[in-house]
Design a protein around this ligand. Structure first.
Ligand code: ADP
Length: 502
């Protein structure tokens, strides 16, 4: 029988497992969330430990990594796979462990190579990470009340807990939470990897891991997790609606009250114009001058005409279908042809879109700028210096950039989907209320019209822009509310598990 712990809500122990985490390794919003949520939970009194891979881009000296275990054997596919473990502390509140395995993590790229080809051994790499994280808890005798997994990469955790460790003295008490940051990425792989993962074939069935004769990591995680959440209430509704959730809707709906949305928070220590160390001058609602300085710097950076009167429209993101850049390409070209405005974009991905956006500065000299690549400092300058921020996503689980934009007074122009619809309040032309501009139809002309609406507001109703900007900057999407919801969620599943286990 599992050992009983008698801990109060405050000092719960949480084991979080993730494939990315700010500031160590990031490709998207998952890293931002795993970088800040554990700190917020620690502020509530919890002992939170996070386990991530030691990708070779993570420099041990820079992050002050110290050895935890020089060799740890992890049972994979019927034999032991060996690794070592390092650790560091962040903000003196959270311990982060790094799983070092040269074969799996000693290469460039988190999930794919420089040509965007997914690594073929991804199912093994992340099954290993997940199983290693649980092994680490055992070896350190860290007894978690909750194991919190994120996305398909670590979705095996709930299955391992239930099938391997149900009665284990260290892990037997742990309830499991799986957070879905994006339901489109499910981790679907040929079934010949299943023996390596180490689960019995009886779990390879249509309600759990099997999808059209392939392994589906996320689907199996949903089946085994005590509770599943996603990152906004709007997206939770969308992915449980008929035909939603990229074929996961029925499985998510089956979770009943154990599936819902908790909106992501923002770490305003990193992302606010008062505190941002990466921008040339700080600013706030009471001292807006810095925004003008940032705008000039942004125009200089992209060789745009340095005119403070011209509005800058901006976009940042991965060039993948989800983000709607296929709509943005024709819409922005038409807008640049017909409106007095400037445009900048930072991102990479689809080669066709890279080429398209890469050529814009040549076609519109002094009016368009593009940086094809990944640049965190530039993303801060864009948030601070631009006037409007474009997010025409086809779907958006939460979206962080619109939340950052609001705080920097860079009015978001968004398609009202998922978290975007939950967080951006549409402009009311009669009163000047609102925090941004929203549209519904996923087509380039709807986006073009909305860009036109924002641009005409800029030129014709500047008092409304000022009012919206101030309102946007006052919006509060800090973690306080969301971390309290996670705490409540943990308590709920801990209580349910203890009741079930007697
Ligand atoms: P997703 O996780 O789907 O990519 P989110 O809006 O949740 O989208 O989070 C994206 C995060 O990644 C934001 O912090 C954004 O600034 C950052 N980001 C995306 N592309 C780039 C890039 N090319 N350079 C710098 N940061 C980027």
């Amino acid at each position: 029988m599992a050992a009983k712990t008698k801990k109060s809500e405050k000092n719960r122990s949480i084991l979080m497992i993730s494939s990315e985490m700010v500031p160590f390794a990031k490709t998207g919003g998952l890293a931002d969330v795993v970088g800040s949520l554990p700190i917020e939970l620690a502020k509530l009194g919890m002992d939170v430990r996070v386990v991530i891979p030691r990708y070779y881009s993570i420099d041990p000296a820079k992050w002050d990594l110290s050895p935890t275990l020089s060799s740890m054997g992890v049972w994979m596919g019927g034999e032991l796979e060996w690794c070592s473990v390092y650790q560091t502390r962040i903000r003196d509140m959270v311990t982060v462990y790094f799983i070092e395995h040269h074969g799996f993590f000693g290469r460039d790229g988190l999930y794919h190579d420089a040509f965007m080809n997914d690594f073929l051994d991804n199912p093994r790499r992340f099954a290993f990470l997940t199983r290693a994280a649980l092994q680490l808890a055992i070896d350190l005798e860290f007894q978690p009340d909750v194991v919190h997994a994120h996305d398909w990469q670590t979705a095996l955790a709930p299955a391992y807990l239930k099938t391997w460790f149900g009665n284990h003295p260290i892990l037997g008490n742990a309830a499991s939470v799986l957070t879905i940051h994006n339901a489109a990425y499910q981790g679907v792989y040929p079934k010949h990897h299943f023996p390596y993962i180490g689960l019995d074939w009886k779990h390879f069935h249509a309600d759990a891991f099997e999808s059209y004769d392939y392994i589906n990591f996320l689907k199996g995680g949903i089946y085994f997790a005590d509770l599943v959440n996603t990152v906004s209430p709007g997206y939770a509704r969308e992915i449980t609606s008929p035909h939603g959730g990229f074929r996961l809707a029925p499985y998510l709906s089956n979770k009943g009250e154990n599936f819902f949305g908790i909106l992501n928070g923002v770490d305003y220590a990193d992302w606010s114009p008062e505190n941002d160390k990466m921008i040339p001058q700080s600013f706030s609602t009471s001292d807006p001058e810095g925004k003008r300085v940032c705008k000039r710097q942004l125009q200089k950076h992209f060789c745009l005409d340095e005119d403070p009167k011209i509005p800058i429209f901006a976009a940042i993101g991965r060039f993948v279908d989800q983000k709607g850049f296929n709509l943005l390409a024709p819409a922005i070209e038409r807008a640049l042809d017909t409106m007095l405005m400037q445009f900048v974009i930072l991102g990479s991905g689809d080669p066709g879109l890279q080429e398209f956006f890469g050529r814009l500065p040549g076609k519109y000299p002094g009016r368009a700028g593009s940086h094809i690549g990944y640049d965190i400092a530039l993303s801060h300058l864009i948030e601070a210096g631009a006037d409007f921020f474009l997010m025409p996503s086809l779907y958006e689980p939460c979206g962080l950039n619109q939340l950052y934009s609001l705080r920097y007074g860079t009015l978001p122009i968004v398609r009202a989907t998922g978290g975007l619809g939950d967080t951006v309040e549409n402009y009311a032309e009669a009163t000047g209320e609102g925090t941004g501009f929203t549209f519904n139809n996923a087509d380039a002309s709807a986006l073009y019209s909305t860009i036109g609406w924002a641009n005409s507001t800029w030129w014709d109703r500047p008092a409304h822009i000022k009012k919206m900007r101030e309102r946007a900057m006052r919006q509060d999407f800090s973690w306080d509310k969301s971390s309290a919801q996670y705490q409540e969620t943990y308590e709920k599943i801990i209580a349910a598990k203890r009741k079930r286990d007697g």
